[in-house]
Design a protein around this ligand. Sequence first.
Ligand SMILES: NC(=O)c1ccc[n+]([C@@H]2O[C@H](COP(=O)([O-])OP(=O)(O)OC[C@H]3O[C@@H](n4cnc5c(N)ncnc54)[C@H](O)[C@@H]3O)[C@@H](O)[C@H]2O)c1
Length: 392
Amino acid sequence: MTEVTSVRPSSIKNAAVNLPYGGGKGGIRIDPRKYSQGELERVTRRYTTEIGLIIGPEKDIPAPDVNTGPQTMAWMMDTYSMNVGRTATGVVTGKPVSLGGSLGRADATGRGVFVTGAEAMKKLGMPLEGARIAVQGFGNVGEAAARIFHQHGAKIVAIQDVTGTIHSAAGIDPGKALAHLRQTGKITGLEGSEEMQKDDFWSVDCDVLIPAALEKQITLQNADKIRARLVVEGANGPTIPAADDLLAQKGVTVVPDVLANAGGVSVSYFEWVQDFSSFFWTEDEINERLDRIMREAFQSLWDVKEQHGVTLRTAVYIVACTRVLEARACAGCIRKSTREKGRFLDGAALFVGCWGAFRTFDRKRHPPPLFARPSPIKVKGQRQNRSFCQML
Ligand SMILES: NC(=O)c1ccc[n+]([C@@H]2O[C@H](COP(=O)([O-])OP(=O)(O)OC[C@H]3O[C@@H](n4cnc5c(N)ncnc54)[C@H](O)[C@@H]3O)[C@@H](O)[C@H]2O)c1
């Protein structure tokens, strides 16, 4: 059992959609395909006991991610509850509905990908009806995103998962693809689609590309081949920074992961709130609230993007860090001078302020390491400094 080493900017994601959560990640590094259900259950229960001291409904609340799902969260909740001697539904989210889970959680991340993608399409003047979508990853996020886009008239022209890649210019029905995957264990061989080479996925003729599998998928090797006008990042960190710059140069709009896939954590938050009050909302109420959160978050980022001439990725960090700064300033956690600097949205002051807030460093006495220092900030239409995003 090894702790997962990578920590993601989940705080930024939560701040971007205004949720009162922080961020962090942990897990077990195993390939679940090689284990039986019984073994997975024992591993999960042991892991939950090991981390039992640091999690809790008012401390840290795990939620599912790659290769985990409602069953895993049910085992976690049950184990934690046994250990503390009471039913603690709020200790994890993404549980089955029968154990205090929320309606709408299963589709929430994919739904958020759809809502933010559709909002971006509106801004770019791209019609949803008939839009050609390519999806990498056909799991919790990718399948739901593909299905919801399909339900709204878009055409899924390519799907790639760990078992292969399929393409159909006429469009793939995600429902049939899922049934085929369940029946045969692979995505390839679906009637009406042809199999493609793995690397050819990136050059598929499409309008929207949704990487919804793993991190670091869009690289300098394939970014140049991408023909989509819009990339909606369903996965966490699917685009390496250099490829992100290349996409920006090519005029491709990227809806960044911390916004695009925030639907999952939003409904996790709803689940936690419902568990506390033991009062459960209908699926329509959940979806309506989720859609509103995602649409409003998208609009506020778009406004900042337009106002400062930055990419949506930089905009999301500006918005989220300003919120975090604001909260930390109110709590008295940052010095006044830093706090005032943090109020400026238009340049180095923000970056200095954010550095101060996150690291509580006195920049003069303890300058940040060279790699993390922002290079001169350039405005409108020029390449944006990325060191800020990378240092978080
Ligand atoms: N599940 C959530 O609520 C949620 C929320 C936010 C972000 N995410 C992120 O979304 C991404 C997908 O998560 P998920 O929950 O859908 O996981 P999942 O395990 O349900 O699905 C992962 C999918 O990726 C495919 N895949 C794996 N390796 C691949 C490869 N090398 N090439 C192509 N496809 C490959 C798998 O076949 C599967 O279809 C991850 O980056 C995750 O961190 C998930």
